[in-house]
Structure formats: structure tokens, C-alpha cells
Ligand binder design. Structure first.
Ligand SMILES: NC(=O)c1ccc[n+]([C@@H]2O[C@H](COP(=O)([O-])OP(=O)(O)OC[C@H]3O[C@@H](n4cnc5c(N)ncnc54)[C@H](OP(=O)(O)O)[C@@H]3O)[C@@H](O)[C@H]2O)c1
Length: 399
């Protein structure tokens, strides 16, 4: 069918590349391009020889002219951005200049301010519409599948959804006292930021990790969950009719939280540059350099993830509750694609989102969040490509 340009060659990109190769009818050709071309070449070496033709390239994705030159050379049907959120706008600029569709998994945040919001990417709506190209924002798991779950619940089970609790549990153990499951800089910026939840038309801020509950997850068991700010709440608050409350919960183990507190207390999570031996360094970037590379956690991580959403609302005048979730096993993911489940649960939906646009099912000019499209073909593809989902109409609720 066509060709994708994949930008980034980290943990998530590795899964996207595997999954594109498993879906060679859609992805006849892929080009993997990143800052460190050796990582692209290593991915190519693993997967070359199948039906999907693979090429590689070096690119600095913060440089628009460089990106435009690469897109003109590769001539892809779509760009799959699995680099970092800092590069979202430059890649969108290059897609606009070359009239190529765009997909990502995380919304833009400026490198010097730990504040992620959709406003920067939503500002491209008219330009993408005029250019006749599609931008699909947030096609990972959360954001991503959580938005597809919301659209599915809205389409099939509710007349009105009144509340959504998004529950992200990782019961995986990598054996390190402290490591992050995806890019440490992005992960720590997210976790140390203020929490927030949406209620009655506005967002209410909370102190970082100050609201805690315990939830008994299917196939995982009881875990501490903490309220976080998360980007899909911003779009779901606009796109789900009659919504009154949205909360996002994530599990953290005690060792992770204790290490994080110490690192914060000594200033290692700061993004303010400091002078060190005559050079400016950002403490969090230095910390990233000494922490384990998330892409290396695959062989060590054992256990499962469980990510899903609990919806409450009404159908035919009666109250209804609906829980839909996926359980993913770290070791099974490693066996299949050589990655742990966090990269897997992000990379599979990134490939599926790109295939939705490439096959025309979700091709619409403009900039869209994932819940704005018909969820049914995406839900089918989740079952087909390794992220099957389960439903429960009488789940335990969170107070
Ligand atoms: N929605 C979700 O559920 C979800 C979950 C997890 C992660 N994510 C997102 O997925 C994305 C990838 O995460 P990851 O864990 O795969 O990160 P990662 O392992 O750190 O990989 C990032 C890749 O981007 C490349 N890169 C960084 N800056 C670049 C630049 N200026 N030009 C070209 N390439 C550049 C890096 O190149 P080098 O190798 O040279 O450093 C690396 O290959 C992030 O945006 C993250 O926020 C989304």
C-alpha cells in the first residue's frame, strides 16, 4: 500500500518498526530516521529480509529544512513521530511544507518549560485542513488507546458519559532500584509536575502525587495509584459529550517514589541549567545519562501492565458502568519484539494509528485527537496486533 517515515529509534520506535513489518500489506516500505543513525541501522539489521523494505537515514528532527529535505527524498505517505515531544512542531512544520500526513504519541512541550498542552498543536488545525493532510495526535496507549476506549464507550454503551477514570498500572519489576520505563527526562517531568483532574468544566490542580488510592487490578492485584495530570484529559474534556469528571491514575512502587523524592530534594530533577566545570548542564539531562536506558529493560522486566478506563454515565435513562482494559505481559512482549510492555503498548497503537490514516479509514484533513475518529476499526486492530481488550460492566469503583 505505501511508505512510512519513522522518526526516532528508541524504545517505542523499535516496536513500531516490528509492528509495521508485521503489517506489510499496509507498510510496504519504511524509512527509520533518527539523530543516531547507528540505532536505525541496528533496527534495520534485526528486521531486514521480510516483506517490508527498510531504509535508514540520519536526521536532526529539530531542524525543519533538514526534515523537509529528508521527506522530499524518502517521499513517504505518512510520518510517524516517535522521537521526543520537543520535536512535534518542527516535524509538523515539515509535514505541512511537503503535504504529508502526521502521527505522534505525545503532545508538544517546550524543552525549557515542563508544561505539556495541546494548544500548540491545535493551532495547526486550519493549516493542515487547507493543505488537505491529516495529523493524528496522541496515538500511543495513554494518550491513544484510552481515547479510543472513550470513543468506543460513547458509540456503543452510553447516551451520556459523566465520569472517566483512566487507570495505568505497571506491575513490572526490572530489578533496578530506580529506572524509568520510557524516556527518563519525559517521564520524570510528567511525574514531578502538579497533578490535576477535570470537574464540572474546569481543571483543578493538586500537589504532585498528593492524592492516593488503592485499586485491585484484574490479573495484577492491589496497587497504590496516584492522581496525575495527563494530556488526554484535555481533549476528552472537549470531545466527550456531557462529561463532568475525568481523573488519571498511575501506579508507583515505594522504591521508585523514595528515589524520586531524594533526587528531587538534591536538585537532580531540575530542568534549570547549572554551571558545571565551565559548562552549562541541565541536571535532569545528566540524570538521564546515568540511568538505565529504557530500551535495555526488556530482558530484565517481569510482570504485567494493566491500562484501561472506567466509564460511568447513563444509557436508556439508567445508570451504567463500563470498564475496558488491556493486560500486557513484559516477558511476552520481549519474546515477540525484544522490548518491555511500556514500549510495546505505545508502539502497537502508533503503528495502528498510522495504518488507519494510510488505509483511508481515518483520513480527514485537519488536526485531530484520536477519540474524534470511528473507534471500531482501531479496536479490531488492537485484538489483531497484540493488545487484546477485556470488558467488565460491574467493576470496583474509585471514590
Ligand atoms: N502515549 C503513550 O502511551 C506513550 C508512552 C510512552 C512514551 N511515549 C512517547 O514516545 C516517544 C518515544 O519514547 P521512547 O521511550 O522511545 O524514547 P527514547 O527511547 O528516548 O527514544 C527517543 C528517540 O528519539 C530520538 N531523538 C531525540 N531527539 C531527536 C532529534 N532532535 N532528532 C532526531 N531524533 C531525535 C532519540 O535519538 P538518540 O538515540 O540519538 O537519542 C531516540 O532514538 C516520546 O515522545 C514519549 O513521550 C508515549
Amino acid at each position: 500500500m505505501g511508505k512510512a517515515l519513522i522518526i526516532g529509534a528508541g524504545g517505542v520506535a523499535g516496536v513500531v518498526v516490528h509492528k509495521c513489518c508485521q503489517n506489510s500489506e499496509v507498510f510496504e516500505e519504511i524509512c527509520i530516521a533518527s539523530r543516531t543513525v547507528a540505532k536505525c541501522d541496528a533496527l534495520k539489521a534485526k528486521l531486514d529480509g521480510g516483506k517490508t523494505r527498510i531504509t535508514t537515514a540520519q536526521v536532526d528532527a529539530s531542524d525543519v529544512p533538514e526534515l523537509i529535505a529528508l521527506i522530499k527524498k524518502v517521499r513517504p505517505d505518512i510520518v510517524i513521530n516517535v522521537a521526543l515531544p520537543y520535536q512535534d512542531l518542527t516535524i509538523m512544520d515539515a509535514c505541512l511544507a511537503t503535504k504529508v500526513d502526521y502521527v505522534d504519541t505525545a503532545n508538544y512541550e517546550p524543552e525549557d518549560t515542563a508544561k505539556f498542552e495541546y494548544k500548540w498543536q491545535w493551532a495547526y488545525r486550519d493549516r493542515f485542513k487547507e493543505a488537505g493532510i491529516t495529523a493524528l495526535l496522541g496515538s500511543g496507549f495513554d494518550p491513544g488507546v484510552t481515547g479510543v476506549f472513550a470513543a468506543y464507550a460513547q458509540k456503543h454503551y452510553f447516551d451520556e458519559i459523566h465520569s472517566i477514570d483512566i487507570l495505568d498500572a505497571n506491575a513490572g519489576d526490572h530489578g533496578y532500584p530506580f529506572a524509568t520505563n520510557f524516556n527518563p527526562e519525559i517521564n520524570i517531568r510528567e511525574v514531578t509536575a502538579n497533578g490535576s483532574y477535570f470537574e464540572n468544566g474546569k481543571f483543578i490542580e493538586t500537589e504532585p502525587l498528593s492524592i492516593k488510592r488503592v485499586y485491585d487490578f484484574p490479573q495484577i492485584g492491589e496497587k497504590d495509584i496516584y492522581l496525575l495530570h495527563h494530556e488526554e484529559m484535555e481533549s476528552l474534556a472537549l470531545n466527550i459529550k456531557e462529561i463532568k469528571k475525568i481523573r488519571f491514575w498511575m501506579t508507583f512502587g515505594q522504591s521508585y517514589l523514595t528515589h524520586l523524592k531524594v533526587l528531587e530534594n538534591v536538585g537532580m530533577t531540575s530542568i534549570e541549567p547549572i554551571e558545571f566545570e565551565g559548562k552549562q548542564i541541565v541536571p535532569l539531562q545528566f540524570l538521564k545519562a546515568v540511568l538505565p536506558d529504557p530500551a535495555s529493560l526488556g530482558p530484565r522486566t517481569k510482570g504485567k501492565t494493566n491500562i484501561g478506563c472506567i466509564f460511568q454515565g447513563i444509557k436508556d435513562g439508567k445508570p451504567r458502568t463500563y470498564y475496558v482494559y488491556n493486560v500486557c505481559d513484559h516477558q511476552e512482549c520481549y519474546k515477540e519484539v525484544g522490548s518491555q510492555a511500556i514500549s510495546y503498548t505505545t508502539g502497537v497503537p502508533a503503528m495502528i494509528g498510522a495504518s488507519m490514516v494510510m488505509t483511508g479509514k481515518w483520513k480527514r484533513p485537519g488536526v485531530f485527537n484520536i477519540e474524534e475518529f470511528d473507534p471500531d476499526p482501531f479496536m479490531d486492530a488492537l485484538n489483531k496486533f497484540g493488545l487484546p481488550w477485556h470488558e467488565n460492566f460491574t467493576p470496583a469503583l474509585i471514590d
